[in-house]
Design a protein around this ligand. Sequence first.
Ligand code: ZN
Ligand code: ZN
Length: 390
Amino acid sequence: MPVLSRIAEIQEDMQTWRRDIHKHPELGFEEIRTAQIVADKLRDWGMDVHEGIGKTGVVGVLKGKGDSTRTIGIRADMDALPLQEMTGVEHQSIHDGKMHACGHDGHTAILLGAAKYLSETRNFDGTVNFIFQPAEEGLGGGDAMVKDGLFRRFPCDGVYGLHNMPDTPRGTFHIKKGCLMASADTAKIKIRAKGGHAAHPHRAVDPIKVGVQLYVALQTIVSRNVSPVDNVVISICEFHAGTAMNVIPHDAELSASIRTATPEIRDYVEKRFKEICAGVASTFNVDIEVDYQRIFPCTINHDKEVDTIVRIAEDLVGAENVNTDAPVRMGSEDFSFMLEACPGAYIFLGAGDEDHRFHVHHPEYDFNDGILGIGASLWARLVETELPLK
Ligand SMILES: [Zn+2]
Ligand SMILES: [Zn+2]
């Protein structure tokens, strides 16, 4: 197993921390207990600890030997999901409707493991900022930390993050330069038409007909506006209208999730989306209101930092186990906000094996403890290699 020997010794600690956090999941911006555990441990290990950054975020600052001014940031997320756990494991969530179904318990334990190792050994010259962020799952905890002055208060030459990935083999790494994960935006559409009797459609303006046309027309952005090789998803996931089988409703509402893989295509898709809504409105003589919200930017890796983390990963698990041309994933990640503010890289760590087949966000998913040591070794070697002793 490609794990540093001292980290192998704290593997059991990491598993204990991970399972304890798993048992007590907390939703975004409510990570009071988790943040307290993290802060207490970092303090015990002699770090300068800063709490309440981006509401419930924690930063631990560790200085190595020597007087180098170089700095590295490593980030883990701490929040759970509103989901009923169905794993049946001994450390199953004790909070109904809350579950660590994305493995952020594991990411936190991995970063704690690296922090313990590095605080003991300090075989580096420079400063490490251990960043524990709240609310990754759709609430923008990464953005909140950046807006709260994360990189101003704790400057980082580079910032790094990882995510476990159960659909790739345990212990493999997956990354690419540029966009690794999509942007995620939403649109709420209100169609105001003219209700009436089902038997007299000519006296009404039917909003369902307009919604159906809009549903079809919006998909032409994907099929006919952007290039076939660009990654764009438009999913219309809600369509509400009507109250009775013999009444043409007065209005209808739709909502959509929009995913793109570059900032330019993101702009273009938003423009076409609004144009099509306006065009359909004028075609059918109705009023269409669009509330288009940008939620997460694309997760865009920086070339130099990708080269750095790939080198470390290859040293650890062999080049044959590091995929440097991973496909873009159309999910989103709010580490993207940190990558907009600071150069850095985000990498996937494979977590799949015969005992871990469920994907993240599934009620039977559980983080694979078999990757804790590899993750912590990656962070430890990153620091020792990038902030070398003179
Ligand atoms: Zn998730
Ligand atoms: Zn996640």
